[in-house]
Structures are given as structure tokens and as C-alpha cells.
Design a protein around this ligand. Sequence first.
Ligand SMILES: CC(=O)SCCNC(=O)CCNC(=O)[C@H](O)C(C)(C)COP(=O)(O)OP(=O)(O)OC[C@H]1O[C@@H](n2cnc3c(N)ncnc32)[C@H](O)[C@@H]1OP(=O)(O)O
Length: 564
Amino acid sequence: MSDVSSDRVSDTTAKKADKAAAAAEAEAVKRETAQAAVEQISNGDSQSQIRQPVRDAIIKAAQLAREAETSARKRQHGKGKHTARERLDLLFDADTFEEMGRFSGGDINKGKAGSAVVTGFGKVHGRTVGVYAQDFSVRGGTLGQAEGLKICHLMDMAMQMKVPVVALIDSGGARIQEGVAALTQYGHIFRKTCQASGFIPQISVILGPCAGGAVYCPALTDLIIMTKENSNMFVTGPDVVKAATGETISMDELGGGYVHNAKSGVAHYLGEDEADAIDYTRTVLAYLPSNSDEKAPTYAYASGHTEREAAKRLKTIVPANDRQPYDVLEVVRAIVDYGEFVQVQELFAQSAIVGFACISGKPVGIVANQPNVRAGILDVDASEKVARFVRLCDSFNLPIVTLVDVPGYKPGSDQEHAGIIRRGAKVIYAYANAQVPMVTVILRKAFGGAYIVMGSKSIGADMNFAWPTSQIAVLGATGAVNIIHRKDLQKAKEAGQDVEALRSKLADEYEASTVNANLSLEMGEIDAMIDPEQTREVIEESLAMLASKRRVSHNDKHHGNQPL
Ligand SMILES: CC(=O)SCCNC(=O)CCNC(=O)[C@H](O)C(C)(C)COP(=O)(O)OP(=O)(O)OC[C@H]1O[C@@H](n2cnc3c(N)ncnc32)[C@H](O)[C@@H]1OP(=O)(O)O
């Protein structure tokens, strides 16, 4: 297990400032060195062995590269965007990027400095990561044969080296002039992305347009990160939409960063700007291993009085009235290291939350219902959000901690017709197939099907705990009484008795006898009832106990037929 020598996962402000300063310094040194080399060669100083034509070629190439970057800055800065190379400086630790094929796809004699994509490897928090960064200043960042070959080569190398790939997308899509030769390259990239899926982490950062079939490059990766401005994804743009349907819509309304984060669920993070989007990429990479064969890096963690204070706070967060909402983020922050929780899809399907955190320096994935939003109900979107995150954690060996307070799957024709059966099944498939350590804590409600799917023991969790406020049952009290005492209530009504008083009495009895964790404890579905204050401690101990859990293959099938 690699150990990143830092006490915190995410970049602190101070670290960011250091990094920016170091990057600027490294860039300046690089520029000076390159300039000095060119000048040395031009002056004919110490290179008596270098023949004149070679010297000319080196000078020309260096000049071309410089001019290309100057032109890129002019074009990109005018639109409020960074150049592809400036983005690499933001992504990688200072002075660690090694470019591959700088001039490939170019024509040095005709003044073309290369293709519309930059590829190579650098370090993120000291670990190697591959990148392809589309350069919009060269033919609109479009993808033709040269670019496709470069990207596929980069991905092949990343898979051989078993390191993540980050795609910095800013492109007009398939290069129209190259026709099917361009489209074919997308086919190759899709296939490679699928091959790499679940083997190495793949993250796409959309920093410009991403249109047409090209959208499926990011769509096949683990995470999509967008920005508030200059970040668009759509299969058909506003002009085609207008021509085909008559609808008038702007690029941002159709496929801007906010829309894909809050409405479609295509994206996983909405960056304030490019620097923020790339910083989030670095942060997420810090929680993930380089590939599916490795465990995530660990971080130094010194426990102290702050976590004891946080543990005490837990008691006060869940209201006594079970109909009253509360913010489950407060629970999460009180149990994870330094209260640091990196949410994924924060703006989407907010009745569930998912994200990364550390417990005693070890990265975990957290899944929780959010009682503050629609009582924490599971609907089609929340189901897919949870399922996809559980799959991500399972692919990359992150233990899953599930915090349950869920009244059930959302009722209603809109949900049934939107496919709650098919889409809700994804949660089951994800948990039932996950083989990483799984620890579940029931905070309050855990009703019906939603109880089963949210990391119950029967679905595959290893250790399950319940707070004293837990209500575990097939249905909530009123719903249950209306069904099992229907005849009694009917008789009371016919006899002119106070039906509501009877209903309320029966509900109280049902609640006292059934809506608690007793049966689950007796059946071994819950391992222990815990004081909220003990939550972090029991999770930590369970994860330590489960650390040696290994994957087992149950049969010889090719793969399961996952509900999609
Ligand atoms: C599988 C697939 O990818 S199918 C999708 C095919 N792609 C598309 O349909 C998108 C076509 N392009 C566009 O709609 C627009 O160019 C946008 C929205 C992407 C960007 O618009 P703008 O920011 O205004 O940039 P602009 O249109 O000036 O493009 C920049 C340059 O890239 C070129 N370009 C953009 N897209 C393409 C393309 N797909 N093929 C060839 N050249 C392209 C433009 O001609 C322009 O070249 P120039 O600088 O020599 O004039």
C-alpha cells in the first residue's frame, strides 16, 4: 500500500499557493533553459558536433512550439479559457509532466507544430497519471486520425503502466474534413475506455465544447467534471435542436455545466472555474488507487480531541421527532477524518449523498440518505447515483460505509413510469456484487425494500449497526396499521367509534412492538445497537477487522446481466 506523505488528502490553500509558485518557477526555468539551448545552438557555441541541418531543425521546432503556445494563449485567453498546456500545469505536481509526441501529426516544414491534442504523463500527489488534453487552438481541438492514434497510444501505455487517465476535453468533435477516418478513431477510443473501465481510474474534465458522438468518450469514464462557464456537452447542438424540433435553447440551457450537474446527472462536479475543476480532479485522485490491483493510498492521521467532540455532537443531530428532517452531512462530517468529505454529484438527486472521505487515514466511500431532501427517499435518480458510486468504490477497492435513514422507494406513477423497478434494481446489483468491506449504520428509518437495498446484511454488507433511534420495519406505523388492521378499523367505523383514536392507538402499539431494531438484532441482521458517540469507533474497528477481505470468484460466467 502506497503512503502519500501528507496528513491531509485535499490540497490546502497553503499547499495550493506553494504549488502555483513552484509551477510558475518551474515553467520559467523550463522557458529559460529552452531559450538558452536555442540561443546556444543559434550562436554556434558549444555544438561543433551538431550538424547545421540538425541545428536548424531543432531551432525551427522550438520556435514553432513557442509560436503555437503564444497563438493558443491569444485564442484561449480571449474566451476566458486556459491553453491545454496551462491546464497541464494546474493538473500535475510542478515540473513533472513528460510530453509524448510533441510534434506528431504536425508538419514542421509547413509551420504546423503538432496535432490538436497533447498527451503524456505527470505526477499527481507524487503518483503517475496519464493525460490527454485537447488543444482548441489547433483546428478547434477536433479529432482526426493523428489525434485518435495519440490518445489510443496514451491509453494503451496507461493500461500497461496501470495508472489513471485524465482527459481534458475542449473540442469541436470529429474533424469534418476527415470523415469516417475521424469517426473510426472515436470507435477506437470508446473501446479502449471500456477496456480500461474498472481497471484504471478515468476522469474527464470538460473545459470547452464536447459535442456529438464525442460526448461518449467522457460518458464512459468514471467521473465527469464540468465548469460553470465554457463547458458544454450535448449530442445535438442548439441549431440541430431548433431545426429538428423547433425548440429554441441556448448552449448552456441545453448542456451547460449546471444542467449536467443538477438535472441530467451526467456530471459529477461543477467547478467554479478551470482551476477549481482541475483541483477537484487532483483531490479525487488522492482517494483512489492507481489501478484495481492496488489499495488506495493511506494518509497519516493523528487522532485528537476534535473527533471526541465530534462524536459527542452525533447524539444531538437526529431529532426526536421522526418526521423532522436533519442534515446527514453533519453526521458524515462528525465521523470522518478532519470532517473532510468530498461529495460526488452534490447537485444531483440530493435525497442521497455519496462521496469520498478518510477514516483513520484510509480512504472510504460514503453513501447516505439525506433526510433534509424529500425525507431521504430513494427515487430513480438517487438509485442510479448510489448504484454508480458503489460500483466505483468496488472497482477501486474502497470500503463502503452506508448511513441509512430512508422511508422507502418513492411512490407514484411518475416513478413507476420512469422505471423505478429497472433503475432501483441497480442499487441492489451494485451492493450485491460489491466485494469490498462494507459497514452499514442505521441512523433512523429503514423501511421496506429500501432497508434491504441500502447495504443491509442480507444484500452483502459485512458489519451492520443501529442507533437506538432506529426504526426497522416493512412499513411505517400508520401505513402498516391501515393494512393489517383494516377490518378492525372498518368495524369501529360501522359501530360509530372514534376511528382516528383507534388508528393512533394501534399505530403506537405497532411502533412499540415492531418499529425498532429488536427483530434485526435477534436475527443477526444487525450486529450491535450502538450509541451514536461510538459510530466512528465501530466503523474504524470493523474496517480494520475487514482489511484482509479478499475477492472471490463464484462461478465461470462471463459477466452478470446488470439492469441498465
Ligand atoms: C463523433 C462526433 O464528434 S460528431 C460531432 C461533430 N462536431 C460538431 O458537430 C461540432 C461542430 N462545431 C461547432 O459546432 C462549433 O465549432 C463549436 C460549438 C464546437 C465551437 O464553436 P466556437 O467556439 O465558435 O469555435 P469555432 O466554430 O470558431 O471553431 C474553432 C475552429 O475549429 C473548427 N472546427 C470546429 N469544429 C470542427 C469540426 N467538427 N471539424 C472541423 N473543424 C471544426 C472551426 O472551423 C474553427 O476553425 P478556424 O479557426 O480555422 O476557423
